[in-house]
Design a binder for this molecule. Structure first.
Ligand SMILES: [Zn+2]
Length: 656
C-alpha cells in the first residue's frame, strides 16, 4: 500500500506518465450526484498534480489505458463489508483501480481518501489557500487493497441552535446566513471542505420541535389541553411565541403522543433519506404539572446545569428532574414509528431539567438522547470536566445510541480565539471509549482563528485511534513548512492563555461588557506576542503560498485584536460612569455630565467599534471569521454597543 512517485520496474498502475494521461475514469450512466462529483474531483486533482486531464466516460468499452472505476458497479464483484454506509474500499486489480463506497457518499469518501492517503493532498481549511497539492509529473500506484469506515456514525458541524427570536423567515442557519450576505458559493466551499475531510454520517433533522409539531394556530383553540398545565392553567403560547421557547406540551396525553407520531410519520414519508428526527421539547421552562406527567418524575432535583462554576456555587437553583417523563414520551413515539418506519431514530436533547440519565425507564434502542453542554472548551477545569464525563457515561449506560452536542462556538462567543485542541482530542477519545459514536457540534466559519479545532476533530471523528501530535505535526509541516514551529508555538500560546483563563471554571464570554474576564484573557502582552509570532513566521519563509497562509492567520488575529481594543475603549466610558447596557441606564448615566465631553468620549468608542464592524463586513465570505455568530452575538447579547452608542449620540445632539 504505497504510492510510487517514479520509475518502479513494474508498478501495477500507471495513471499518468510525464504529464500525459494513461487512464480513464469510468462511472455508471445513471450515477447519483455524489458519484459524478467524485469523478470530477478526481479528474480535477489529478490534473492539478500532474497536468494530465483524464477523461470521464460512462461505458467501460470507451475506456483507454488503465481504468479507474468509481462507484459500486457490476465490474466490481466485491461485497463491501463495512457496517457503516460511509465505508468504502480502495483496491487495485490488474489494470483497474476501484474507488467504491457502500453508498454513494462512501464512494465520494473513497476518492477523497485516495487523494489524501495515496497522492498526498490535504484540505486544511476551505478555499484554495487551505489546500496542499504536491506536484508530480507521473502518478504510479502500486497494489492497494484497503477498506475503511468511520468510528463515529454522526460527524456533524451544524446547524447550530442560535435561531431564537427567528419569528419570521427561515429558521435554518445556512438560509439565515445567506440573508446576512453570506454567499451560496462560500457555503458550497465550506460544505465541500467538510466532505473532503469526511464529515457527515447520519442525517438527522431539527432541534427544539414543539413549534413545528404543535403550532398554536392549529391547536390553541381546538386542543388547549395539548399544552402544559402550569399553575392550574393550560399554557397556550401567546403572540410572542418564537416556536422554540416555552410552548411546552402535556407529554402524557394520548392525543399529544398521536399528534407527534403522525407528524414524524409524515416527515419520514416525505424524507426517506433521513435517519432520524428531533422531537426535543422547547427551550425554557413551563413544563407540565398535571398529575399524569408528574407521576413519571423521580422526585430528584437538578441544580442549574453549569455554565459557570462560580455562578453555580453562589446561586444554586433547584429544579425537578423530568428525564423519565421526557424519555417515556420519546419511547412511546419511537415504538409507534418502528411499526411504519423500522430503524428510524427519534432524537431528543438531554439537557435542562432532563440532563441527567433516567432512573426508572430504559431508553428505546432507536431513541437517541443527545447530551448537550458537554463543552470541552471548559475542560481545563477538572471539576467541570468530571461532571460532564459523569453525565455522558451515565447516558452511555442506559442508551445504545447516545449523541453529543458540543459547542465549538456559541451565542456568547463571536468566534474569537478559543483554541482547545487537547480538550477536544481527550473528549472525543473519552466518548468513543464509552461507546458514544454520535457527535454534533455548533460550528462557525472562523477558520483563520479556530480552524485547527475543527480540523483535528474531523480527523478523530473518522479515526479515533489517530495520534493528536501526528495530526498537528503534519498540519504545521505541510501548511507552514519552515515556519511550522513558529505557528505551532503561536497556537500553543493561545491555547495556554485560554486554559489559564478558564481553569477555575470561569465563564469567559462576550455577553456583558462588564465582564472583565475577556480583558484578562486577551492581555496586551498576549496579543503583541501573537503578532510577533506571525511576523517572525513570515520572515522565516520565502514561499508565497505559506506567506499568504500566515497573512490569513493575521487577518484572524486582527479580528480578535480589534474586538478587544473596542471593549477596552468601552470600559474607559464605564469608568467615567457611563454604562451602555441597558440603554435606559445609559440615558440616566449621561445626565448631569458635560455634554461636549460625553459626545467626544462616545465618538471615540464608536469609532473603535465601527472599525471592528467594517472589518468584519469586509471579510464575511473569506473563511476568516464566524460572520453568522458575530452578527448573532451583536444582536442578542449585551456586548457590541454600536446601536446604543449611536442612539445616545442622537439623543445628545437633539438635546443640544
Ligand atoms: Zn401533563
Amino acid at each position: 500500500m504505497y504510492l510510487m512517485i517514479c520509475c518502479d520496474p513494474a508498478p501495477s498502475l500507471q495513471l499518468v506518465r510525464n504529464s500525459k494521461g494513461n487512464a480513464t475514469i469510468v462511472i455508471n450512466k445513471n450515477r447519483p450526484q455524489e458519484v459524478a462529483q467524485a469523478a470530477e474531483e478526481l479528474q480535477h486533482y489529478i490534473e492539478k498534480i500532474s497536468g494530465a486531464k483524464l477523461p470521464i466516460v460512462n461505458d467501460l468499452k470507451l475506456a483507454r489505458g488503465m481504468n479507474i472505476l468509481i462507484g459500486n458497479n457490476e465490474s466490481l464483484n466485491v461485497d463491501i463489508k463495512t457496517e457503516n454506509n460511509d465505508g468504502f474500499i480502495i483496491k487495485t486489480s490488474k489494470n483497474t483501480l476501484f474507488l467504491c463506497g457502500k453508498s454513494e457518499i462512501g464512494t465520494l469518501y473513497a476518492v477523497y481518501t485516495f487523494l489524501e492517503k495515496y497522492l498526498g493532498i490535504r484540505w486544511f481549511w476551505p478555499g484554495e489557500l487551505g489546500e496542499i497539492v504536491p506536484k508530480q509529473s507521473s502518478i504510479f500506484v502500486d497494489d492497494i487493497d484497503f477498506i475503511e469506515e468511520p468510528d463515529f456514525k454522526w460527524r456533524n458541524r451544524g446547524p447550530g441552535g442560535a435561531l431564537w427570536g427567528a419569528i419570521s423567515g427561515p429558521t435554518e442557519m445556512h438560509a439565515r446566513a445567506r440573508l446576512l450576505g453570506i454567499t451560496a458559493q462560500h457555503q458550497d466551499e465550506v460544505r465541500r471542505w467538510e466532505q473532503r475531510n469526511k464529515w457527515g454520517g447520519m442525517k438527522i433533522y431539527g432541534g427544539h420541535a414543539m413549534g413545528e409539531i404543535y403550532p398554536p394556530e392549529k391547536y390553541a383553540k381546538t386542543h388547549p389541553e395539548f399544552y402544559a398545565l402550569v399553575d392550574g392553567k393550560r399554557a397556550v403560547p401567546g403572540p410572542d411565541y418564537d416556536y422554540k421557547h416555552e410552548g411546552q406540551i402535556c407529554t402524557t396525553d394520548p392525543e399529544v403522543i398521536k399528534t407527534a407520531v403522525d407528524w414524524a410519520v409524515e416527515f419520514f414519508n416525505q424524507h426517506p433519506d433521513y435517519d432520524g428526527i428531533h422531537m426535543t421539547l422547547n427551550d425554557g421552562r413551563g413544563f407540565c404539572e398535571c398529575d399524569q406527567c408528574q407521576k413519571l418524575d423521580t422526585g430528584d432535583f437538578v441544580t442549574r446545569p453549569g455554565i459557570d462554576l462560580e455562578e453555580m456555587k453562589s446561586k444554586p437553583v433547584k429544579y425537578t428532574v423530568i428525564t423519565d417523563r421526557v424519555f417515556t414520551f420519546m419511547n412511546n413515539i419511537c415504538e409507534e414509528i418502528q411499526k411504519t418506519h423500522p430503524g428510524k431514530y427519534i432524537v431528543s436533547m438531554a439537557y435542562s431539567r432532563y440532563i441527567d440519565p433516567p432512573k426508572q425507564i430504559k431508553i428505546h434502542p432507536y431513541v437517541i438522547p443527545q447530551y448537550c453542554l458537554w463543552s470541552a472548551y471548559k475542560h481545563a477545569n477538572t471539576e467541570l470536566k468530571q461532571k460532564h464525563e459523569k453525565i455522558a457515561a451515565g447516558w452511555s449506560e442506559v442508551s445504545k445510541a447516545t449523541a453529543i452536542y458540543e459547542y465549538y462556538i456559541n451565542g456568547s462567543w463571536p468566534g474569537m480565539h478559543r483554541l482547545v485542541v487537547p480538550n477536544i482530542t481527550e473528549s472525543i477519545k473519552y466518548l468513543a471509549g464509552k461507546g458514544i459514536r454520535l457527535y454534533q457540534m455548533q460550528s462557525g466559519d472562523e477558520f483563520a482563528i479556530n480552524g485547527i479545532n475543527y480540523y483535528v476533530a474531523g480527523k478523530l471523528l473518522w479515526d479515533v485511534s489517530l495520534n493528536q501530535e501526528e495530526i498537528l505535526n503534519e498540519f504545521y509541516h505541510m501548511a507552514f513548512n519552515t515556519s511550522g514551529d513558529i505557528i505551532k508555538n503561536y497556537h500553543h500560546r493561545l491555547q495556554e492563555a485560554w486554559a489559564n483563563a478558564t481553569k477555575y471554571g470561569q465563564d469567559v464570554s462576550c455577553s456583558l461588557l462588564s465582564n472583565t474576564r475577556l480583558m484578562e484573557l486577551f492581555t496586551p502582552d498576549l496579543l503583541s506576542a501573537c503578532k510577533e509570532d506571525l511576523k517572525r513566521a513570515k520572515i522565516e519563509t520565502n514561499d508565497t503560498a505559506i506567506k499568504k497562509r500566515i497573512e490569513f492567520y493575521e487577518k484572524g488575529l486582527k479580528f480578535t485584536d480589534l474586538t478587544v481594543t473596542a471593549v477596552e475603549k468601552t470600559r474607559e466610558l464605564e469608568t467615567n460612569g457611563i454604562n451602555i447596557f441597558p440603554f435606559d441606564t445609559a440615558v440616566k448615566d449621561i445626565q448631569n455630565k458635560e455634554k461636549d465631553k460625553v459626545i467626544k468620549m462616545i465618538e471615540k468608542v464608536l469609532a473603535a467599534w465601527e472599525e471592528r464592524d467594517n472589518y468584519v463586513e469586509n471579510l464575511k465570505n473569506d473563511y476568516v471569521l464566524a460572520y453568522f455568530w458575530i452578527k448573532y452575538n451583536d444582536e442578542h447579547r449585551s456586548f457590541n454597543p454600536t446601536v446604543n452608542l449611536k442612539k445616545l449620540l442622537k439623543l445628545l445632539e437633539y438635546e443640544i
